[in-house]
Write a protein that binds this ligand. Structure first.
Ligand code: FEO
Ligand code: CA
Ligand code: CA
Ligand code: CA
Length: 676
């Protein structure tokens, strides 16, 4: 299959593909037999697990069983850069942290975050209440200090999506049921649970963090009612105009905010990822699937998977129905800048960063002084992008709404087999990016970023998730998995067919400068179980049974320049038997490629964040959708979770409360830097 065949494959970009491809949509059966299925069938890892768990599925068993006790690798305390005793792998109803650390719940879905917010009443939810309470499915977490030692500051949290089956009583999975249970009020509660949260938090004398509930900074940002503006070449373009906004300059809200970033000047970047899933049409084909062939922008909609029909919002809000507002999807898929220090500042969608399913937007200042942002497009066979500002970061430019985010060049990556990477500029007039190919201006290049990148010959990747710039011109790319890549579709940078467990690429930009348009790349690890040859995993041989992982998603660099990885195996965690978690991954020296488990999630949850405080003494984690993914594989439970009957009631364990996505704060017992 060549590139055109991939693009024309009717299963890629449509709902069925999206449901399988997307980490963030709950359980869906695989559409084809993957290497993971072969592995399960041949090696019976899950059967082995079941055998062990048949006794009793307790943490104590995991902690003491000789069969699965982790090898305490040489890295512990000595040669490695991360000083902690590795946590044992497993999967149960609770979260777990390495010995000697606290992992305390800081904010839960529904927690009131303003002085006038009502207490959470899960049986009587309203959109008005949710608009003043912590949102659902916390993903990105950022922090910006309000005082010199950083003991007070603003926590910025994305709320990516909602799971109605564990959020509302009696509903079940609505996308599987024609959304028959959804009402306008339920839709608006969902809308109010999306978006972001900014709250002040403070640390007490004992080092414990807590919400400052009466802080004037506290606010929710939602797709229900938060007005935003656009900057950059696409702002005000005809393709951005709708009946509610004839100027093409304002839009209500942001959706599917997955990962993100903090700018060097402390503003908060929210990436809009699977925006296509929120758009609706009543025009369907013979199979009942969305049919956009009569749309003026049919080719663009198809390339972006619009409309996904994952939610019923378009039934009650015309702007999410493309039959009525065909330009509204062009107003999503951007990166939003929020000024957390000024609750009255209108957030800005910066179109210069391109339009695609932005996983995140991690920033750095290059050696040459420019703002550089790495951002992946999380879809199978899509691309890795990088943005470089025209101007340099100075006291004058380092401000909210800066031209650093509206005047710059967006690049897409081509990874060559010789180990070089070239960043190709997405600039109108460059090569094929001209009127002949449908690009009349830079606005078209930005709105149709994916199509422009196709024409430039970018390298189709295995679902680019978070991308993190590191020290000295390095960057780390999380390629989470791609079970659809066939043997004849592999390339040097995506070398495994049917990649069920993903890999991590390290880039070294030429001259150690993140603004360089050329660099070199190498594969840091190929994920999955190294004891199963067919998986083709590549780890440092000192990595223990607890240390290897599958499906890297988010990552962070800590105060000492060290790399940390969090995983999202989705409903496929049964292929490893492990819950999602946080791993410390060595990048240098003899232990390069060595990984150690530090934290793990309750069953069915994935781990987001992570974000390190500048002090290195506090780590923020986000446990997303606890109790949902793959619970049919959870020994002793083995069914889908519902509001009434969830696989876990983490973190409250209150029989009247369903599981609640929550931000967790990690500190060392007795104080001090983490893993030092
Ligand atoms: Fe929302 Fe690509 O993870
Ligand atoms: Ca995810
Ligand atoms: Ca993600
Ligand atoms: Ca990150």
């Amino acid at each position: 299959m060549d590139r055109d065949d991939i693009l024309n494959d009717p299963t890629i970009g449509n709902k069925a593909e999206a449901f399988e491809a997307f980490d963030d949509i709950p359980t869906n059966p695989n559409l084809s037999r993957t290497i993971g299925d072969v592995i399960n069938a041949r090696y019976g890892r899950r059967d082995m697990l079941k055998g062990m768990l048949g006794v009793t599925a307790t943490t104590a068993l995991f902690g003491t069983s000789a069969m699965i006790a982790p090898k305490q690798a040489a890295a512990v305390g000595t040669a490695g850069r991360y000083n902690f005793n590795e946590l044992a792998w497993g999967n149960d109803e609770e979260h777990h942290i390495a010995d000697g650390y606290n992992a305390d719940v800081l904010l839960r879905w529904g927690d009131p975050i303003t002085a006038d917010a009502p207490e959470f009443d899960v049986m009587n939810q309203t959109a008005a209440a949710q608009s003043k309470q912590f949102g659902y499915n916390n993903d990105y977490v950022g922090f910006t200090a309000l005082n010199e030692d950083g003991t007070r500051g603003l926590l910025c949290v994305n709320h990516e999506y909602t799971n109605e089956e564990v959020m509302f009583p009696g509903l079940g999975r609505q996308d599987l049921d024609g959304f028959n249970g959804m009402t306008k009020e339920l839709v608006e509660i969902e809308m109010a649970a999306h978006g972001g949260t900014v709250v002040e938090i403070a640390q007490d004398a004992e080092g414990k963090w807590a919400l400052v509930r009466d802080s004037p900074y506290n606010r929710r940002i939602t797709p229900l009612d938060t007005e935003m503006t656009f900057s950059g070449a696409a702002a005000g373009h005809d393709r951005m105009k709708t009946s509610a906004d004839p100027t093409g300059m304002t839009v209500i809200g942001t959706i599917n905010n997955c990962a993100g970033g903090m700018t060097p000047w402390g503003t908060y970047l929210m990436a809009e990822e699977n925006f296509h899933g929120y758009f609706w049409t009543d025009v369907v084909d013979a199979e009942g699937e969305p049919d956009v062939s009569a749309q003026a922008e049919a080719a663009q909609m198809t390339r972006y998977g619009v409309p996904g029909r994952w939610y019923a919002w378009g039934r009650y809000h015309d702007r999410f129905n493309i039959d009525k507002e065909p330009n509204e999807p062009n107003r999503f898929g951007w990166v939003v800048e929020v000024d957390p220090r000024n609750p009255d500042a209108t957030p800005i969608k910066h179109t210069a960063l391109g339009r695609f399913r932005h996983e995140g937007a991690e920033t750095t200042v290059s050696k040459s002084g420019h703002l550089v942002i790495y951002s992946g497009d999380d879809n199978r066979f899509d691309y890795q992008y990088k943005y470089v500002s025209d101007a340099k970061v100075t006291d004058e430019t380092a401000v909210f709404g800066s031209p650093l985010l509206s005047e710059g060049t967006l690049y897409v990556a081509r990874f060559d087999a010789d180990g070089s990477v070239e960043w190709l500029p997405l600039v109108h007039g460059n090569g094929p990016l001209n009127a002949e190919n449908g690009f009349d201006s830079q606005a078209d290049v930005l709105i149709d970023t994916r199509i422009a990148a196709d024409l430039l010959g970018a390298t189709p990747m295995d679902r680019p998730e978070d991308a993190q710039p590191g020290p000295n011109g390095t960057a780390y790319l999380m390629l989470t998995n791609n079970t659809r890549r066939q043997a004849n579709q592999v390339n040097a940078a995506n070398p495994r067919p049917e990649s069920a467990f993903g890999h991590i690429i390290e880039i070294k930009e030429d001259g150690g400068d993140h603004a360089s348009t050329t660099g070199t790349w190498s594969i840091l690890v190929k994920c999955g179980d190294p004891s199963i040859e067919e998986v083709g995993a590549q780890w440092n041989p000192e990595t223990s049974e607890s240390g290897w992982f599958g499906s890297p998603d988010n990552c962070a660099i800590d105060a000492d320049g060290r790399l940390w990885i969090s995983t999202d195996q989705g409903s496929s965690w049964g292929k490893t038997g492990k819950s999602d978690g946080l791993y410390a991954l060595e990048t240098e020296g003899d232990l390069r490629g060595h990984s150690k488990l530090f934290f793990r999630c309750p069953v069915g949850g994935e781990l987001c964040g992570p974000y390190f405080h500048d002090s290195g003494e506090t780590l923020f984690l986000a446990v997303q959708h606890p109790g949902t993914d793959g619970t049919t594989d959870f020994e002793g439970f083995e069914r889908a979770s519902t509001f009434e009957d969830p696989a876990t009631r983490w973190p409250d364990f209150d029989p009247a409360m369903p599981p609640r996505p929550s931000v967790v704060v990690v500190t060392k017992q007795g104080g001090g830097k983490i893993a030092v």
